[in-house]
Design a protein around this ligand. Sequence first.
Ligand code: FMN
Ligand code: SF4
Ligand code: SF4
Length: 247
Amino acid sequence: MGVTGAFFSPTGGTKRALEAVCGLFQEGAELVEITGPDRQGRKLGREDLLVLALPVYAGQIPAVPGLLDGWEGEDTPCVLVAAYGNRHYDDALAQMKRLMGERGFRCAGAAAVVTPHIFAPTLGVCRPDQADLAVLTDFARQVREKLARPDWAEAQVPGNPSPAPRAAVPVKKDRDWDICLGCGFCAQVCPTGAMDRQSLLWDDKKCISCMACVAHCPVGALGYNSAALAARLTEKFSQPRPVETFL
Ligand SMILES: Cc1cc2nc3c(=O)[nH]c(=O)nc-3n(C[C@H](O)[C@H](O)[C@H](O)COP(=O)(O)O)c2cc1C
Ligand code: SF4
Ligand code: SF4
């Protein structure tokens, strides 16, 4: 069984969760980025396993046009990972299962994994942690056992597979032009093409507030202030949520 990990991870948390899960299936599994300048798709066969990890935005998968384009399976088993910042993952796993089903993949298992919340510094800190890894290790064992049976059934996941699009609370960004190098890297990594490659200005209508541009700026010229949102989230969602798995 060849294991491929695929991810969208603007600020790194989803990638860390994917590495943890992929490593439980195969050491040194290939990891593929599905957005940005190095974006790739793959055609996978019946003997392969895809582990797909996406961050949760407003309880859904990120609204990146063509996010899963280029991925094609042939009744290929997949494991779905929703990385979220300790509020909730709502419809994200159900959406992922539907979209991957339409592309020829069968969901053998799914996990909702808590990761640091980019807008609320105290939520999801140091997650996934050792306790999460213990749950995920058991989950990976059960998925392997399931896949060894010829007649395995797809995992049932909660949520609405086709929810109406829901916009995330917008978070305002700014750039310090005095230190900006004009290198354009922020525009290159923008998954939605919201940032113009010449003027380096962004279009708020296309921006999904993923903060990839902020995270990738080599000199820290981009920033945002999420203090008000962080206060609201922290007040309501500070109780650490467990990793949830579905088989
Ligand atoms: C625009 C936006 C919306 C988000 N919405 C949610 C949400 O609905 N529920 C939640 O628990 N976390 C939410 N988060 C937190 C992310 O799911 C979490 O920070 C994730 O790990 C980010 O992935 P990354 O580190 O790979 O960029 C949101 C983050 C962003 C940027
Ligand atoms: S990545 Fe940073 S330094 Fe480079 S153009 Fe963008 S804001 Fe300026
Ligand atoms: S401009 Fe918006 S969508 Fe593009 S990388 Fe920055 S935050 Fe993400």
